[in-house]
Each structure stands twice: as C-alpha cells, then as structure tokens.
Design a protein around this ligand. Sequence first.
Ligand SMILES: Cc1cc2nc3c(=O)[nH]c(=O)nc-3n(C[C@H](O)[C@H](O)[C@H](O)COP(=O)(O)OP(=O)(O)OC[C@H]3O[C@@H](n4cnc5c(N)ncnc54)[C@H](O)[C@@H]3O)c2cc1C
Length: 452
Amino acid sequence: MKIGIIGGGIAGLTAAYELAKQGHEVAVFEKEAELGGQASTFPVEGTRLERFYHHLFTSDRHIIQLINELGLSSKMRWIDSQVGLFHGGQVYDFVTPLDLLRFTPLSLPNRLWAGLVSVYLQRQADWQKYEGITAKEWLEKYAGKSVYKAIWEPLLRSKFGDSYDEVSMTWFWGKMRLRFGSRPKGMQKEQLGYMEGSFQLLIAELEKRIKELGGEVYTNAPVEQVVVKEGKATGLKFQVPSSRFQVPGESSTWNLEPETWNCNVIVATVPSFVFTEMAPELPSYYVGKLRHAKYQSALCLVLKMKRPLSHIYWMNISDPSIPFVAAIEHTNYMPPEVYKDRHVLYLSNYLPLGSPLFALSQDELLQKYLPHVQRINPEFDLDWVEESWLFRDDAGQPIITCHYSQQVPDHRTPIQGLYLANTSQIYPEDRGMNYSVHLGQKIAGIVHQFQV
Ligand SMILES: Cc1cc2nc3c(=O)[nH]c(=O)nc-3n(C[C@H](O)[C@H](O)[C@H](O)COP(=O)(O)OP(=O)(O)OC[C@H]3O[C@@H](n4cnc5c(N)ncnc54)[C@H](O)[C@@H]3O)c2cc1C
C-alpha cells in the first residue's frame, strides 16, 4: 500500500517506520523545516537541545524499547531528578517523602496527610472512578484545601495554566501512578532519562531507517487537504517548496499550486484543530469530537546563562503573581559541561490562545519575567543571560476534562482509509513521547488490520 503520513513528529515518524517495516510504501509530510514536532531541537553550544524541556520516566517502556531496537540505548543517561517548589519566596526541595515532611508552610498533620493521600492514589488501579470529578474538587475534599493550594494546585498550573481547575481527577491519578512507577524499586529518588546529544538522535535515526526501508520524508511540506473521492481517502494536497527539498541554510520559496500525492491510506498525526480544516468531508458527529479537544499553548523562553539560577532541575511555581508556571533548569540535570559550561533555563508557560503574553516580543517577555526570576534568586541579573530563544506550540497540552473518554475520537475516521493519531487521543495516560511512540505503533497495527 501507498501510505501518506501527515506530521513528522514522534508519532508520525514511528508510524512511518512501523509501516515501512511491514513493506508499505510510505511518505512523511512535515510542515516545518525540521522533523520532531514538539520534541524538535535547535543548536546550542555545539550540540542540540529540545525547544521544550524533555525527559523520560523509567516507566516509559514503549520509547525505551524503540531506542533499544534502533541501537541507541548506549546514549541514554538515567539521572536522579531534583524537583522543587517555589513557595512564599523560598525554594523547597521536593524529591523524597522526607522533603514533604520538611515542607514547613504546611502543618505537620497536613504534611502527613498529604503523604498518605499520595500513597493512596498511587495504589488505585481504577481510573474510571475519577472521571466525573475535577482534580481540584477531589483534592480539596480528600487532601484538604491548604494541602491542595500549597502543593497540588501549582502542579496543575504548571501543566494547564489557567485551565487548571477544569482538569479531571483521572489525569491527576495518572500522574501519581506514573511518578510512583518511575522510582526504581526500594528507591526513594526518581530517575529521569535523557539522550546524550538530545532526543534529536532518536528523530534522526527514525528518519534514516524510514529512508533505508524505501520511504520518503519531506520537510517544509505542509499538507493542505486530504483528497476524498466517494467516501474514500485517495491522496493529499501539499505545498512543495520550489526547490522540492529543503536546502540547509536557504529559505524556501513556495509554489503557488499545491501538489497532489496519490495514495491508498492517510495517517494524520496533526492536532485536532488542524485536522478538521484538512478534511472538510468529515461528518459532523466526528468533527464534534475533534472540536471537543481543547489545548493549552506552550510558551517557553529558553535562557543560556553564565551562572546557575538554583540547584533544582524542575521547579513548580506556587505563586500566581509570577507570570510563568515552572522554571526548568536543564543543566541541573544534564551537566553544564555538555553546553560548554553554560547553564540552560526554560521559563515555561501554558496559556490559552488569546493570552496577552503572545503579543509580547522575546525581549519584552524577558523584561516581564526578569523581576520574577530575581525573586527565585535575588542575585540573578540580565548580565547572566548570553542568549535567549522563544518557542511556542499551540497544541502544547490537551486539556483533560471530566468524562474525557466519551469524547476521544476513534483512530479510524468515518472516511475510508483516513486515520488519526494525535496527542488528544492518549487517555487515561497523558501526552508524552512514550505515548506518541505507542500511538505510532498502534496506528500502524490498526492500518494493517483494516487495510491489508
Ligand atoms: C512544553 C512541553 C514539554 C514537554 N515535555 C516532555 C517531556 O519531558 N517528556 C516527554 O516524553 N514528552 C514531553 N512533551 C510531549 C512530547 O513532546 C509530545 O507528546 C510528543 O512529541 C508529541 O508527538 P506527536 O508526533 O504526537 O505530535 P507533534 O510533535 O505535535 O507532531 C505533529 C507534527 O505535525 C506537524 N504538522 C502540523 N500541521 C501540519 C500540516 N498541515 N502538514 C504537515 N505537518 C503538519 C507539526 O509541525 C508536527 O511536527 C512535552 C511537550 C511540550 C509542549
């Protein structure tokens, strides 16, 4: 079969790799100049770095197996995580259960109670029972308002921004299970995984394997439309740069007329709001489900600095007056030597589309954030910042609301031969590279089952 894959992120590349292994003729169409989607990278100090902070958990078995299969396991580094919380003007460690006991802003009974609630949730196996209640409601009721406010609201905000109070308890339950599962047995500390050289290695290896198996990978090739004839997907229309292939360092010029690529099957891995525009023939009941998927945009300001901000890798911010939700200091995880002794800090935000922060330039945003970074470390100065980058992704985080399972669209769309595999369909787990690998493998299995 001839299969067109829309989107060259982790899901699209994995699907293409799996389908090419099955002997199909595949072609990947990616709108950006680089592959990798949300996990894509940019050059920093002679190596590469994710546009958005990335790590793996030890429980991320699908991606770990893929990394092994591709012969990249020697590149994986598993490093103790340093998690913290900025609360009341102070940085608190939040790595081991003992750190929770030392968290003096809460009374001792509340600290003990918070620990018990965490252990209770980690031991629950039935996610369905949490579908009808928000995390805020459940946690306020069972953990208490002060525990919720001090510890868990910042965690929810760090993922969902101002939509934190809409998030289903099922999502929160999943996070607790995941973090518990990622601690090696008997160990109090959590280990997180990163690739020496960045996850670009995985992306590049997938591209190489797809090509070795006879597949094609086009970048700078945004798909505009799925071609449908008599209820069947027969091709896709995409914009071709006049150079046909991207020439490194050169900006692309575009043909005015999109080109049609004929095929038997299409797998789209783009966000739901992009997919609805591409396939206007989809029936309204399916489009209704696609439109139900709401996302928070991710906005990340990355700073390359002369000095470290703190000793924490992942710092949730428990202070709504601070205009970012987490400070992730990558070089408190991977050593600064990797980046020629420079320190890398991500200031992270999850925002609704209309947020006024999007109207700010990179410099304006830096100026806005600056006094707040100084609250974390009063010595911090603009002088420390040697270079900065601003990245945005409008499908950064699907908002997992109550009864989400009823709204997840089927991977098989009502149009014959047209399939969808995107991050809004990962449930009850949360989006992440591991689950995009799984999505890619799963969709390849489904295509094989229904088309061959
Ligand atoms: C801020 C942030 C932090 C994260 N941290 C982690 C982490 O620590 N660990 C982890 O495992 N995961 C993390 N993730 C999530 C992880 O990056 C994603 O779950 C995963 O990369 C999604 O892959 P995907 O292929 O499903 O989707 P995407 O990466 O969104 O891929 C979709 C692709 O489709 C392309 N596309 C869109 N429109 C078109 C079009 N018209 N034509 C052609 N192509 C198109 C896009 O450019 C993109 O490349 C993070 C994500 C964000 C935003």
